[in-house]
Write a protein that binds this ligand. Structure first.
Ligand code: ASP
Length: 327
């Protein structure tokens, strides 16, 4: 009898353990969702995330809180989400750094290919080279000459090894064969504040953080790292037009949950992401910031998974040639 009772109790415990994730997935979401931005508030990843989160929150019927966990090129925030409960309540919005850090870091505390359940791609944003308003060079050729001549004193701001600004700076320095002093921040939000204040000389950043300042003439802009000019900044030449070849790349952003998150939850998130990317307000704000949402078929777990894998392969040889690593 006692044995039977114990057996029944064990059954109850087992049923409880197995049933709850399914029930949770069906009810999802019934609580506040956190999206970790692995950079400071006020920067481009933060801006993109807040716009998308506002719309997703309406679709999902729950509040979405954006949490900024900056540092180490985005890897601190990514590590936080990799370790989080895989229940759909802690998410990550990270950019191209998800792929470049796989090679840049000798000891990453997670595997970018397996530690996350990809939800979908969000947007691909062009990068621009900007400088403080009173920085002497007035165009890209002058910039190249000036930084070569003043390589011991000029300062380049970035958001740490693995950030888009780091990648862009690394490619630029490689192209002009001149290593420069870099000043790392927890995000390009605070880096831009210092650049506007004249504490650092120049940096590369997404249009989502720079379009307003370029248009207002608060910073000097030297070119866009894209094949085409950006609609929001029609007067700004491409870097190629300015005379530097082979420096065209977009900074893609993706939304992730921790690995092990139920498919049903991931799919609900992906559907809400698609709604956000078709939201006229999101499209309008993105356009004003020099970008656009990805097409709906890219806002899927499969598309983001494939992108992470292909981008790791794309950047590995480039980073190995540059020989820049972090621990
Ligand atoms: N865009 C920045 C970078 O990767 C990071 C940020 O969003 O602050 O350099």
């Amino acid at each position: 009898m006692i044995k039977r009772l114990l057996g029944l109790l064990a059954g109850v415990v087992l049923v409880g353990t197995f049933a709850s994730p399914i029930a949770q997935a069906q009810d999802y979401p019934n609580d506040t969702i956190n999206i970790v931005v692995p950079f400071s508030a006020g920067g481009p990843t933060d801006t993109v995330t807040r716009l998308v989160a506002e719309s997703m929150s309406k679709t999902l019927g729950q509040q979405i809180i954006v949490e900024n966990v900056g540092g180490a090129g985005g890897t601190l925030g990514a590590a936080r989400v990799a370790k989080a409960e895989p229940d759909g309540y802690t998410l990550l919005l990270y950019h191209i750094g998800m792929a470049t850090t796989a090679t840049l870091y000798r000891k990453l505390p997670y595997d970018p290919k397996t530690a996350f359940a990809p939800v979908g791609l969000v947007t691909e944003v062009p990068m621009v080279m900007i400088a403080r308003k009173d920085f002497p060079p007035n165009n890209l050729q002058e910039l190249v000459t000036y930084v070569k001549e003043n390589k011991d004193t000029v300062t380049y701001a970035n958001a740490g090894v693995g950030a888009a600004s780091h990648l862009c700076g690394m490619l630029f320095m490689q192209a002009i064969e001149t290593p420069l002093t870099t000043v790392p921040y927890k995000g390009t939000g605070p880096a831009l504040t210092d650049l506007l204040g004249g504490q650092v000389d120049f940096m590369c950043d997404q249009t989502t953080n720079t379009t307003g300042q370029i248009k207002a003439g608060e910073v000097k802009a030297y070119g866009v790292f894209a094949d085409q000019r950006v609609e929001a900044l029609p007067d700004l030449p491409t870097i190629k037009e300015g005379g530097l070849e082979g420096l065209s790349f977009g900074i893609w952003h993706g939304l992730y949950a921790p690995a092990g998150t139920p498919d049903e939850v991931v799919n609900k998130l992906s559907e809400a992401l698609k709604v956000a990317l078709a939201d006229p307000n999101v499209i309008k704000r993105f356009a004003e910031l020099g970008t656009e949402p990805v097409p709906a078929d890219q806002a899927t777990p499969e598309a983001l998974k494939a992108k992470v894998a292909s981008e790791i392969d794309r950047w590995k040889p480039v980073i190995e040639t540059a020989g820049e690593y972090a621990d």
